[in-house]
Design a protein around this ligand. Sequence first.
Ligand code: GLN
Length: 489
Amino acid sequence: MHNLTIAQLAKGLQSKDFSSVELTQHFLARIAELNPAYNAVITVTAEQALKAAAAADKRLAAGNAPALCGIPILHKDIFCTNGVRTSCGSKMLDNFIPPYSATVVENFEQAGAVVLGKTNMDEFAMGSSNETSFYGPVKNPWAIDCVPGGSSGGSAAAVAARLAPGATATDTGGSIRQPAALCGITGLKPTYGRVSRWGMIAFASSLDQGGPMARTAEDCALLLNCMASYDDKDSTCIDRDVPDYSADLNNSIKGLKIGVPKEYFSDGLHAGTEDAVRSALAELEAQGAELVEISLPNSALSVPAYYVIAPAEASANLSRFDGVKYGYRCEDPKDLNDLYTRTRAEGFGEEVQRRILIGTYCLSAGYYDAYYGKAQQVRQLIQQDFEKAFAQVDVIMGPTCPSPAFKFGSKGDDPVAMYLEDIYTIATNLAGLPGMSVPCGMVESKPVGLQIIGNYFDEARMLNVAHQYQQATDWHDQMPESIQQGAES
Ligand code: GLN
């Protein structure tokens, strides 16, 4: 059953080939057996899952159940789940049990989806390798000595290892697309404002966006149908109809104009990744799409601008973790100042502290205009590059990441090398545009991803192109060897 896609599982449930309880038991057994090797899931909610599955079976029996009714999923541990620990990968929130659920979590609950548990992640979603999690790194199912990407590496590895057919994730600078690429699955970061951020622990509020991960574009469409909604509890959520993202999947892509930015094929790109991406573009051309060379001249400025804006916003957002209201509190504080400083020094990991320091510095009097103000101007330029490009083309494509999954520890001493992992993904967050990663080849026996960037609210078109590509290729169907001997299928 674990090799079936969400679309196939939904059909099986509707036609009673198996029940949601059976399906849930199957995935729970796989998590118990295989997760110790990957560390992708950090909380398993077996009891609640089986209860939800039994309720879903009743709804299915009554007929007219929503598409995701009875489908098991995992939530990234950044989404608050009522009564279930939500750690955000941090010691700071290791003991935090939220009294409410995120809107995204509620949407899935209403649809009758079954939550198997919560996935591991980089601490406060800061990272590209999952090495910053308080709960230890996630292993890439394709190469156990390599990172799964980050920060949604737990969700990506869990889907790749068939511990769940789909998972939620978040993307501030690439954290859906980069781990999707490194784990050989499909992931979509929607337009900023498409998915509610309420109850999603904030990292950089003007960049964060939740989105789906699954093995196929067809499944991402089903998940996005449920995740996207207007929410008046999130003031940046856009009040706009949610289309049926599954409706246009089978449209022909004949005449589609694909912009190929020359800046995305620069020196730092691994030759094998470039070949895989170029073959994917050739496949789409063969299906009738037209490739147009474009330029996004300010691309090189996206990483520096992001590493001012994201830490600045993080320093403000993370000021709430002070040992007073919730989360970790240091032992025997001498006075209030000691409580604050020791709680934060002991509760946050190194990367989070680095970001808070950088952010506080950039926002401080005398430096605000030079750093934060300047970065916001650069952000404007990056957005204008995309506006010009989308006057000419329908979608933009290139690599998701510069290279396939790297070894643990190989970028640990060099934060800037790690930051460059997101060189092709960060610009879309700065502009608020939707972006997607689709498996498009194997390099050194590890998967690589094709990135599809769409215009604002053009997710349906991106999913259409991705689906057409997946109809003609089988990269998304490939399975890591390490899981083939897992629990019976
Ligand atoms: N890797 C980037 C960072 O460390 C992006 C993380 C994310 O998208 N959450 O900030």
